[in-house]
Write a protein that binds this ligand. Structure first.
Ligand SMILES: NC(=O)C1=CN([C@@H]2O[C@H](COP(=O)(O)OP(=O)(O)OC[C@H]3O[C@@H](n4cnc5c(N)ncnc54)[C@H](OP(=O)(O)O)[C@@H]3O)[C@@H](O)[C@H]2O)C=CC1
Ligand SMILES: CC(=O)N[C@@H](CCC(=O)OP(=O)(O)O)C(=O)O
Length: 349
């Protein structure tokens, strides 16, 4: 018999929420039963999310944990960090399986979490969270009731780096990570930083020199896979496009390691992972090749003059970087083929 999974989206009125709705509506095993908002609760869905007009009727609901628990087996939470943890706690207390897209449960060391986020609303619950990157944590996800879905920059960065650290190909020392994101990565709420006239036709870095909160998240996962303490120099940039992240890392590799070896190791590492495509050595992935898809494109090149390997990862921040990855985790959790409902190629060009 086909499995039916009833799903709620909490934070449905934001960008990751809208993307979750798009993906869940196309998933053969999912019935989307509840759409929850905050300031937009009570408004017609078609007004708040015009892309769902004529597809989803009714109103955006206010959060009510009991109502969600009676109508959904799983909840996807696309809420600001800090606001998410108390809501997740209420849902977990009622047995709802939660895929949390915020940063509230990603950091395993809660002292590090407090250092970067200034609070910790649910330290006990955090112990049960599994980092939601199937390519690294597939087995743990099969039984996880709380999944901490990774951030967008971490996804684009960790995927190309993980195979190299797993195989011990990287020399000691920090890795330089230079990443560029589309503006939807900042969410739907208007801000000066993302105002059209201050964003379009320009290109700048932000939160440089160890100031961005994705730094410890990337370090956590790379250190874990490499079984050693890894530090990164992380420079995020905002580029005038709506979707997409390109993360470019520079690292020194052990003598004799070249791009062909990195490529071969990555292909072996991602064997059986439907969302990751490893290009031939030297390719330059484009965010347009993944836009709207749950795919990550990865590639390696060696700069023979300096001995640096350049590792690139391209994703759609809203899909593999957020909502698609959450759904991929749900598939793993429910024993479905990992790519169910996620097979669509990019909307290219
Ligand atoms: N955008 C991206 O590319 C990615 C985002 N993320 C993370 O996912 C989460 C959601 O991001 P995104 O969709 O972009 O954000 P948006 O700002 O687009 O949406 C936020 C959502 O949360 C609701 N909300 C806002 N404040 C509160 C509150 N205090 N209590 C309850 N609900 C609230 C809003 O409801 P209403 O509109 O009704 O007020 C809205 O539905 C964030 O933690 C973000 O960092 C992770 C990976 C990538
Ligand atoms: C362009 C832009 O502003 N991006 C966001 C990252 C979005 C994201 O993935 O953040 P979470 O860790 O909250 O999930 C930022 O730099 O804060």
């Amino acid at each position: 018999m086909t499995k039916r999974i009833r799903a709620a989206i909490v934070g449905a009125t934001g960008y990751t929420g809208a993307e979750l709705a798009r993906l869940l509506l196309g998933h053969p095993n999912v019935e989307l039963t509840v759409l929850v908002g905050a300031s937009k609760a009570g408004q017609p869905v078609e007004r708040v999310l015009p892309s769902l007009a004529g597809i989803v009727r009714g109103e955006v609901e206010a959060f009510d944990a009991d109502r969600i628990a009676s109508r959904a087996d799983v909840a996807f939470c696309g809420l600001p960090h800090g606001a998410s943890a108390p809501i997740v706690k209420e849902l977990r207390a009622r047995g709802v399986i939660v895929f949390d897209l915020s940063a509230d449960f990603r950091l395993v060391d809660r002292a590090v979490h407090r250092e970067w986020y200034g609070d910790d609303h649910a330290p006990e619950l955090a112990k049960s969270a599994v980092y939601g990157m199937p390519e690294l944590h597939r087995d743990a996800l099969r039984t996880a009731d709380l999944v901490a879905v990774p951030g967008c920059y971490p996804t684009a960065t960790i995927l190309p780096l993980a195979p190299l650290f797993a195989k011990g190909l990287v020399e000691e020392g920090p890795v330089i990570v230079d990443a560029k994101s589309g503006v939807s990565g900042a969410g739907r709420a208007p801000s000066e930083r993302t105002h059209f006239s201050e964003t379009t036709e320009g290109f700048r870095a932000y939160k440089i020199a160890g100031a961005h909160r994705h730094t410890p998240e990337i370090e956590q996962e790379i250190s874990r896979v490499g079984a050693r303490d890894v530090r990164i120099v992380f420079t995020p940039h905002l580029v005038p496009m709506t979707r997409g992240i390109l993360s470019t890392s520079y690292l020194r590799v052990k003598p004799g390691v070249d791009a062909a070896r990195c490529t071969a190791e990555a292909r072996a590492f991602f064997e059986g992972s439907p969302s990751v495509f490893v290009h031939d050595a030297g390719a330059c992935p484009d965010t347009l090749w993944v836009r709207g898809s749950n795919r990550a494109h990865v590639s390696y090149a060696l700069d023979a003059r300096t001995g640096f390997v350049i590792a690139q990862g391209a994703i759609d921040n809203l899909v593999k970087g957020a909502s698609g990855q959450a759904l991929q985790c749900m598939n793993v959790r429910f024993g479905l083929p990992e790519g169910t409902g996620l097979a669509m190629p990019a909307a290219w060009p």
